[in-house]
Design a protein around this ligand. Structure first.
Ligand SMILES: Nc1ncnc2c1ncn2[C@@H]1O[C@H](COP(=O)(O)OP(=O)(O)OP(=O)(O)O)[C@@H](O)[C@H]1O
Length: 213
């Protein structure tokens, strides 16, 4: 997963990213660090094909990405799993955790896969009882565990974790960092965005700060 010469922003003429390069290869955890407001989340969105750069390119396994969100080709979109900071903003409150994890399977027409879903619930540490609860009946940490399982359910080749642990206590942070590290050992390339340099020092294989001074 590679960004080259990426220029991006929100307001005309105001560049948040000014010719930024970064690459994540399969099996490695790359930390993305930097001061608040420097553009970490913006770069994460561009790499996750959620936001179009003004200039430069994003390539996934050598294939140049054109179009973002539902305009991006499905094989590129589904190659990247994304976990955000606030699980409550990204989970449908009407669904059970079980249904939240399965959502991408249904959205892509693949249908449910009981064995794989159970394995994922096990990996992220969700019990059968928790699987039947809805977001308002679980903690932020339990909901974030479901969001990590959802990000993995389509077997993505890359994972973008944008401040994945910022809302969590130390033990849930350690558990989910462990889950993502295990995915990297299985060959997934991970971009771990965090303002927490101490966390990145233990989690990431290398830490990048690709900002123009
Ligand atoms: N949706 C948006 N509309 C307008 N400006 C935005 C938007 N999102 C971010 N920005 C601006 O872009 C700049 C970079 O924001 P971004 O969220 O990428 O930084 P960050 O490094 O992730 O910050 P933090 O560590 O505080 O989350 C900031 O100046 C921010 O105000």
């Amino acid at each position: 997963m590679r960004a080259e010469g990426v220029v991006a922003g929100y307001r005309r003429g105001v560049r948040v990213l000014d010719s930024v390069d970064i690459a994540v290869v399969p099996g490695e955890v790359v930390g993305l660090a930097g001061a608040s407001g420097c553009g970490k989340s913006t770069l994460a969105r561009v790499l996750a094909l959620l936001m179009a750069p003004w200039a430069g390119s994003v390539t996934i396994d050598g294939q140049r990405a054109r179009g973002v969100r539902y305009r991006a080709p499905r094989e590129l979109r589904t190659a990247i799993g994304v976990v955000f900071q606030q699980p409550r903003l990204s989970a449908d409150p009407r669904l059970t955790l079980d249904e939240i994890v399965a959502e991408p399977l249904l959205a892509t027409g693949r249908g449910r896969d009981a064995e794989w879903e159970s394995e994922l619930h096990g990996r992220v540490g969700l019990t059968a009882e928790l699987r039947g609860r809805r977001p308002h009946e679980v903690s932020d940490g339990q909901l974030q565990r479901a969001c990590v399982a959802r990000a993995l359910v389509l077997r993505p080749r890359y994972l973008v974790c944008d401040e994945m642990t910022a809302m969590l206590d130390a033990s849930t942070t350690a558990a989910l960092v462990g889950v993502v590290s295990a995915e990297a050992e299985r060959g997934t390339g991970v971009l771990a965005v965090s303002h927490d340099e101490e966390l990145l020092a233990v989690w990431a294989d290398r830490v990048e700060r690709p900002w123009t001074p």
